[in-house]
Design a protein around this ligand. Structure first.
Ligand SMILES: [Zn+2]
Length: 400
């Protein structure tokens, strides 16, 4: 057994109760030096890495580029997931089936507390906004997820699909919960131009991108429901979730050691045993709240300062250009864009816009040349043809 404190080692039907009661009980302190020793004895990779290290704070953060070198050791089948939704550089995450199930349970933990009235038979219907342009039919075959005495049914809508198609599915399914890519839900709301508050949505719970105040207000107003955000990464699982009671973000600190590193968040999930991550570094920045919160959920609280999920671009002179420099979405008629730098340095700007796109192309080319100098570029119609599509604005690079 890896970390026996993780709820993952309970029987599956007990997960929801454990995650619920642990969130309400006083903090579980994790013994960091014990944790260090578990990793040290795990395999040669960590034995080498931890040679001479006796203090947790001296453990070198594990970088995304090192992920592939961490040995996989599992007694059951291992599945690979690509982190396309969150980081520009793809990371391949390897988890066993039971680890994946537990990750799912952890992601659903906030729903044990959210104010959702189930349909008869304790059914909760949810629509998830995902990458791509497909919208699932209302009568799709379901793979129900049972958790906390409720049965979750799921429909997926691609964020690049026509807003009318998504709206039609919403009307048919009448989901209580909306989840998925933050910018995709925002884009749907902004492009639809139709009322959404009568559709029965009870909670909007986006994830995958930093939820700006502006976006939050836009979603709350559109659906006339609470907007409760969640924070996590493909590599680590669900790290924090916004609380329905106190509105802060509570950290799943009983399952993931989360640290607010200067160079970014450091995460050590205790439930991933097959390819364990020790102080895995993400580019996001968080801050723990010093004062104990007077909330019935006892998990520690944080503020998300920055969620940097895009890459930097390198210009012709070798200078770094921040992903924040690109604001192509302001070009009239542009619906989505994704700037990608190939390892040759060449830039590809994928875009979707209202046709004809001649005018849009002209403006994109002008802005791109202005921001990044000394690089060849190509404009390509069709963001969603790109394997790493995702979101409606992205900057990725094979160079950084
Ligand atoms: Zn709270």
């Amino acid at each position: 057994m890896w970390f026996s404190d993780s709820s993952r080692y309970l029987h599956r039907p007990e997960w929801a109760d454990a995650l619920h009661s642990r969130a309400l009980s006083d903090r579980i302190e994790i013994d960091l030096s014990e944790c260090l020793e578990v990793f040290r004895h795990r395999d040669e990779f960590y034995a080498d890495r931890l040679a001479g290290v006796s203090d947790w704070r001296d453990i070198p953060p594990l970088e995304k580029s090192e992920l592939a070198a961490v040995p996989v050791n599992a007694s059951e089948a291992v599945h690979e997931t690509r982190s396309s939704g969150t980081t520009g550089d793809q990371a391949v995450v390897r988890n066993t089936v039971s680890e994946r199930r537990f990750r799912q349970a952890l992601a659903y933990r906030p729903f044990l507390f959210y104010p959702i009235a189930p349909a008869p038979d304790n059914i909760i219907r949810q629509l998830v906004f995902v990458d791509g342009a497909d919208v699932e039919p209302a009568d799709k075959v379901q793979w129900p997820f049972e958790f906390g005495g409720r049965t979750y049914l799921t429909w997926r809508a691609g964020i690049a699909a026509a807003p009318d198609r998504i709206h039609a599915l919403l009307q048919l399914v009448r989901p209580q919960v909306l989840r998925g890519l933050t910018s995709g839900i925002v884009r749907f709301v902004e492009e639809l131009h139709r009322p959404l508050e009568g559709l029965g949505v009870q909670v909007v719970s986006p994830s995958g991108e930093k939820l700006s105040d502006e976006w939050r207000a836009s979603l709350r107003e559109a659906f006339a429901t609470p907007v409760l955000d969640r924070y996590g990464a493909t590599e680590t699982g669900s790290m924090a979730w916004q609380c329905h009671y106190c509105h802060d973000y509570h950290v799943n600190s009983d399952e993931i050691i989360v640290e607010a590193g200067v160079e970014g968040v450091l995460a050590t999930p205790l439930f991933i045993e097959s390819q364990p991550l020790l102080r895995y570094r993400l580019d996001d920045r968080i801050q723990f709240h010093e004062a104990e919160k007077n909330c019935r959920v006892r998990l520690p609280t944080i503020t998300l300062l920055e969620a940097r999920r895009d890459d930097w671009i390198i210009d012709g002179a070798g200078l770094k250009v921040s992903p924040l420099s690109f604001q192509f979405e302001r070009v009239t008629g542009l619906k989505a864009w994704h700037l990608h730098q190939l390892n040759t340095g060449e830039l590809r700007l994928y875009f979707d816009g209202e046709t004809p796109t001649g005018d849009i192309q002209q403006q994109l080319a002008k802005q791109l040349q202005h921001i990044v100098s000394g690089r060849d570029y190509e404009l390509v119609e069709g963001v969603w043809e790109l394997e790493r599509g995702g979101k409606f604005k992205r900057v990725t690079s094979d160079l950084t």
